[in-house]
Structure formats: structure tokens, C-alpha cells
Design a protein around this ligand. Structure first.
Ligand SMILES: Nc1ncnc2c1ncn2[C@@H]1O[C@H](COP(=O)(O)OP(=O)(O)OP(=O)(O)O)[C@@H](O)[C@H]1O
Ligand SMILES: [Mg+2]
Length: 279
């Protein structure tokens, strides 16, 4: 049996806080550390990963769902050997897939030839059904925040929905685009104060990525900053965060395979009946 796969969602309450950059760079940093990394673009409105990495995907998960392509044929090779799964409108209609389409998606993931160590899922912002399904199906959820009041209030709203309606109880908070670590910690503590008062969740501080002009320069050259400017402040922080991720306990065999992630995703996409008092 291959080793289990870490499956990590990168999400946020508010848009534009840096999810895609965090996803791409965590993927790149883990790849630099020798991991086989799959990066799934689950932001269906605005496909971003391919643009950030200068890729031009021809196919996507829709072709896997319809049985026209294998997952290996859809995956685009990214920098540092990252396996990129392009965004797909097929995912938007996850909840409506037929049982045959379910089966082809699950078997496509179990038939993947390349063993994967880590899957990073870059989601859209907010509490739309699609975002919630992805976060729920992953083993770990990273919530990216930045120093804007709406970023924190929307992060709180997302955590509230995921915990009260979907049973997600643990979150990793990453502060992005801040001045320094103390500002990042301060944001984390603000969020923690509110969740501790009103919600039954565990909030962990994952780390801080400073605002960094070199990250912007890397974006313009369509490269991960950890590859283009490895000594920049943002790269150093992102690499430290990766080292932390590598120290997380491994998922157990029963939940840790990609096909189980897809099964959870399909299950999460089926509407959950509202529970009284969950609001
Ligand atoms: N640490 C950083 N330093 C400087 N600029 C950053 C940093 N992180 C992200 N940015 C910039 O912020 C903008 C938004 O980043 P990104 O697209 O990653 O956010 P997002 O959360 O994925 O957005 P969306 O919600 O639209 O998917 C980009 O222009 C990016 O270059
Ligand atoms: Mg994005």
C-alpha cells in the first residue's frame, strides 16, 4: 500500500487575501523538499493557478467525469514537478453527478499512476456550496486572513458555517500580507478571541507571510516566489510554514487516500439537511 496523502484546503472568508499564492508556494516549497505534490484549482469562477504558473491546460476534471480522459491526461505538469489539476466547471455540478460519473471520478483518482504525498486544494473565497464541500472533504483547512476588518469577520463567518453545519472543528490560521509576525499573531488572537467565545472549534496559528514586493514580482514572471526569490522574506516564511506542515501527524490509512478525498467531496456536495439550532 502506498503512504497516505495529506489533503489540505486553502480557503478564506474574503477574496483577494492571497489563497492562490499561498497554495502555489506551499506546493512549490513542499516540492522543493522532495514531496510529490498535487495542486488542485478548485476556484471555479476565476481559474488562477494556471495563470500564476503560466500554464495553459487543455483538459480538466470535466473530461475525467465524462470518462473521456484519465486523471493523468488532465494533469498539467507545473514547475518543480507539481501536478496541477486545472479548474473545472464539472466540479460546480458535483452535487448533480450521476452514479456512473461518481464512479468514474473515484476510479480516476484511485488509478492515478503517480504516487502523491500531498494534495493542496486552492478554493474560492466565502461560504458558497462548492467552497464548503472542498474544505469539508480535506483533512486540514488553512484559513488565510489579512489585516482588514472584513477579512476577519468573513473568516469568522466561514469558520462558523464549517463548524456548525459541516462538522469541521479544526482550522489552521495563516496571516498574509502583514508587516511582521507580531501583526500576524495579533490577527490570529483577535479571531481566536471571537471563536473561543462563540464556537466549539480549535484554531491553530500556522504562521505569517509578510507583504513582500518580491512575491508580486514573482507573480508577474508567473513563478512561485519560493523558486524565483528563495531568500525573500515571503519565501522564508512560506518555507517555515511547510516545515510545520511536514510535522503534522500523518493521516491514517483509512482516510488518507485520494479516492477517499473524492468520495468525501462527492458526499459533501450532496445537500446537508438543516439542523435546528445550527445557525
Ligand atoms: N505576501 C504577499 N505580499 C504581497 N502581495 C501579495 C502577497 N500575497 C498575495 N499578494 C497579492 O495579492 C493579490 C491577491 O492574491 P491571490 O490571487 O493569491 O489571492 P486569492 O485569495 O487567491 O484571491 P481570490 O479570492 O480572487 O481567489 C495578488 O495580486 C498577489 O500578488
Ligand atoms: Mg485565488
Amino acid at each position: 500500500m502506498p503512504d497516505p496523502v495529506r489533503v489540505i484546503a486553502v480557503t478564506s472568508g474574503k477574496g483577494g487575501v492571497g489563497k492562490t499564492n499561498v497554495s502555489v508556494n506551499l506546493a512549490a516549497s513542499l516540492a522543493l523538499a522532495g514531496r510529490e505534490v498535487m495542486l488542485m484549482d478548485a476556484d471555479l469562477g476565476l481559474a488562477n493557478v494556471d495563470v500564476l504558473l503560466g500554464l495553459e491546460p487543455e483538459f480538466d476534471l470535466q473530461h475525467v467525469i465524462s470518462g473521456d480522459k484519465t486523471l493523468d491526461e488532465v494533469i498539467v505538469p507545473g514547475p518543480l514537478g507539481i501536478h496541477v489539476v486545472p479548474a473545472s466547471s464539472g466540479v460546480e455540478r458535483m452535487a448533480e453527478l450521476t452514479s456512473v460519473e461518481h464512479a468514474s471520478l473515484i476510479s480516476a483518482f484511485s488509478a492515478l499512476e503517480q504516487p502523491i504525498d500531498v494534495l493542496i486544494v486552492d478554493t474560492a473565497a466565502g461560504i458558497a456550496e462548492g467552497v464548503v464541500s472542498f474544505a469539508k472533504a480535506c483533512q486540514e483547512v488553512i484559513v488565510v486572513v489579512c489585516d482588514e476588518p472584513t477579512s476577519l469577520t468573513h473568516a469568522y463567518a466561514l469558520i462558523k458555517v464549517l463548524s456548525s453545519r459541516h462538522g469541521v472543528k479544526q482550522f489552521q490560521i495563516l496571516a498574509n500580507m502583514v508587516q511582521d509576525e507580531s501583526q500576524g499573531l495579533n490577527l490570529y488572537e483577535k479571531l481566536l478571541n471571537t471563536t473561543d467565545r462563540f464556537l466549539e472549534v480549535g484554531l491553530k496559528y500556522l504562521g505569517t507571510v509578510p507583504f513582500d514586493e518580491q512575491l508580486r514580482r514573482a507573480v508577474r514572471s508567473q513563478k512561485p516566489v519560493v523558486e524565483a526569490y528563495p531568500r525573500s522574506p515571503a519565501s522564508k516564511s512560506l518555507n517555515r510554514i511547510c516545515e510545520k506542515i511536514e510535522r503534522w501527524p500523518m493521516p491514517d490509512q483509512a482516510t488518507g487516500y485520494l479516492q477517499f478525498f473524492v468520495e468525501r467531496l462527492l458526499a459533501a456536495a450532496t445537500p446537508v439537511p438543516k439542523v435546528a439550532g445550527a445557525e
